[in-house]
Design a protein around this ligand. Structure first.
Ligand code: ADP
Ligand code: ZN
Length: 606
């Protein structure tokens, strides 16, 4: 809005300048010849005059030929007196059309004053403009300590309710209570119950924490203020604390309401854990949040909801009774939840009749609510790009890959040799995954580049599982290394294509030993303290709580695991080389093969 007025002002100033310049240039050019009274009288006598227009102090004379001339006169003297004084022949006068125009006051004054006024207007305009700018800058400085909370008013049409949040039944059940606090505080106060002030929402990114907080506000029909924890943290010490104060003041004025602090871990980490300057600021901000939460009257009906995906790093002071003592956990959606979420998000999208959302849910294990919503959006965009009226199954399946692996890069063209190597690499992964009993089935293999990978093999679990066994992990290791093993067996040479496979495998092997206690040799313990050190925003994981010698043993054990996995992969690939070649032929022909086609390749096995 401000910008528009500014632009308008500039345009207006230009216009003024232009107009005044123009008027100076054009005025003299049109000025008719000036005559004196004697000439006029002679012309009247010769009947050369067509008409006379009388103005205040000027006569506009039109001659018979159409030529114009002007005569200045005293403004006090009328034309008739003038002519009478000169004894003009009244008969000749009758032939002349005489027209009297009294000049309007405004125009008269405008003409008289404008030339003086315009420069002043310019100067004033200029100063005003400068002042406003300066003031703007000032305002910005003043508002630095204000919270930048965004407000959502539930009265608007965009109201979000629990119906918009699919799955997360437990969380919703707990939050119904909070809605009740906001709606009928008296009921609770009458019984002497203290209304809780803080609710902590725990869950991985995209599981709907923000959505749920908005839904609580929507259900209770109260305003919703949202701010992100990272917005409190600025360069200058003290700003965060002052923003917290401002936020709480705003909230108190609007009670009952909900204040939502996203990413509270940005300010609420354990105090004293930081290095460098930023932690002072965080501590102050956190202290201020605690002070505000303790300070406000329990009858003030403001509920603070905070979200984090890392409850382990939060300062214990935040979790004490009277602060964020309610904790609501949002899990990653399971297959039923995913179906529900897909239903919610497909409401406004015309889906083809034959799409089974159940099937889509089956194909998307590990997707969060945000991923699923993104998936349907991508599918709708794809359908729109193809000028379709409906979103079809093809669009959705295609988008699953896109959300999972990044967009296809068909322009990233492999030459024949690279294509061959990539095909063998992926076929290696797929074959070993197919042959080992505990791995997830292969759902897709492709040699179309996506993201940074030249190709990919996608395995999808048949069901959601929370526990994973040692044999699964060991087989996974073999599958990860199978790509490079296949390259080595076939070409007697390895390429850089296995870079991320190797990293993944190393990480997994290390976790088996140091976190899951799955290595017999290293025993049932964890290695490394997972303490968070915050240094310039980066986290340095892991502190050693074991000796140099143990570190060496861990290294050896990692080696052993990966070596064994590679041997296993090699054995399978050598034994089943026939199938490896079959997969490669299919891949080179079609670039991408799906589950059914893949399984068909093994049909002659029996
Ligand atoms: P978080 O705050 O946990 O990172 P959001 O609440 O911002 O996640 O979720 C992002 C988007 O994902 C939401 O706007 C919504 O469209 C979608 N979404 C996530 N979880 C769900 C759910 N349970 N039901 C419906 N939509 C969901
Ligand atoms: Zn690979």
């Amino acid at each position: 809005m401000k910008k528009i007025t500014k632009q308008f002002l500039i345009a207006f100033l230009f216009f003024l300048m232009f107009a005044s310049i123009l008027s100076f240039i054009t005025l003299p050019a049109e000025r008719p010849a000036a005559v004196n009274v004697t000439t006029l009288l002679a012309q009247i006598d010769e009947e050369k005059i067509e008409s006379i227009t009388v103005r205040e102090n000027q006569l506009d004379i039109t001659l018979v030929g159409g030529a114009k001339q002007v005569l200045e006169k005293e403004s006090s003297e009328s034309l008739s007196t003038l002519l009478k004084n000169y004894n003009v022949n009244p008969d000749k006068l009758k032939k002349i059309a005489i027209d009297v125009k009294s000049e309007s006051g405004v125009k008269f004054w405008a003409v008289a004053i404008l030339p003086f006024l315009i420069p002043f207007l310019f100067i004033f305009g200029f100063f005003w403009f400068m002042m406003r700018q300066a003031q703007g800058a000032n305002n910005k400085a003043m508002s630095f300590g204000q919270s930048r909370a965004r407000e959502f008013n539930p009265n608007k049409k965009l109201k979000i309710t629990f119906n918009d949040v699919a799955g997360v039944k437990e969380a919703k059940k707990e939050l119904v209570e909070v809605v009740d606090f906001l709606k009928n505080p008296k009921k609770f106060l009458a019984l002497g119950a203290k209304i809780p002030k803080g609710v902590l929402l725990l869950g991985a990114p995209g599981t709907g924490k923000t959505l749920l907080a908005k839904a609580v506000a929507g259900e209770a029909n109260v305003p919703f203020f949202s701010i992100s924890g990272s917005e409190f943290v600025e360069m200058f010490v003290g700003v965060g604390a002052s923003r917290v104060r401002d936020l709480f003041n705003k909230a108190k004025k609007n009670a009952p309401c909900i204040v939502f602090i996203d990413e509270i871990d940005a300010v609420g980490r354990q105090r004293g854990a930081g290095l460098g300057g930023s932690h002072d600021e965080r501590e102050q901000t956190l202290n201020q949040i605690l002070v505000e939460m303790d300070g406000f009257d329990p009858r003030t009906n403001v509920i603070i909801m905070a979200a984090t995906n890392r409850p382990d790093v939060l300062d214990s002071a935040l979790l004490r009774p009277g602060r964020f003592d309610r904790r609501v956990t949002l899990d990653m959606p399971d297959i039923n939840d995913r179906e529900e979420i897909l239903k919610v998000h497909s409401k406004e999208k015309p889906l083809a009749k034959n799409i089974s959302l159940r099937k889509v849910a089956e194909r998307t294990p590990g997707f969060s609510g945000a991923d699923l919503s993104n998936l349907l959006n991508e599918a709708a965009i794809l359908a729109a790009l193809e000028n379709k009226k409906e979103v079809s199954e093809y669009h959705i399946l295609h988008s699953i890959d896109k959300v999972l692996l990044g967009p296809e890069r068909r322009s990233y063209i492999l030459n024949e040799k690279e294509k061959e190597i990539t095909a063998y690499h992926e076929a290696g992964h797929a074959l070993v995954a197919h042959e080992l009993p505990h791995t997830d089935p292969v759902s897709k293999i492709s040699i179309v580049a996506r993201g940074s990978a030249a190709g990919f093999t996608l395995k999808l679990p048949t069901e959601d599982r929370r526990l994973h066994s040692r044999s699964e992990f060991l087989e996974d290791l073999a599958v990860m290394l199978a790509g490079q093993v296949a390259e080595r067996i076939v070409f007697n040479e390895v390429t850089t294509g296995a870079q991320s496979d190797l990293r993944q495998a190393t990480t997994l092997a290390k976790k088996l030993i140091t976190e899951y206690g799955m290595s017999e040799k290293m025993g049932l313990r964890t290695f490394g303290e997972r303490e968070e050190l915050i240094f310039l925003g980066k986290e340095i994981h892991e502190q050693r709580d074991y000796s140099e010698k143990t570190a060496e043993e861990i290294d050896k054990e990692i080696h052993r695991l990966t070596d064994e996995a590679a041997v296993l992969a090699e054995k399978i690939i050598k034994e089943k080389r026939r199938y490896l070649d079959k997969i490669v032929i299919a891949l080179k022909a079609k670039e991408t093969i799906e589950t059914d086609e893949f399984n068909a390749l093994f049909a002659d096995k029996e």
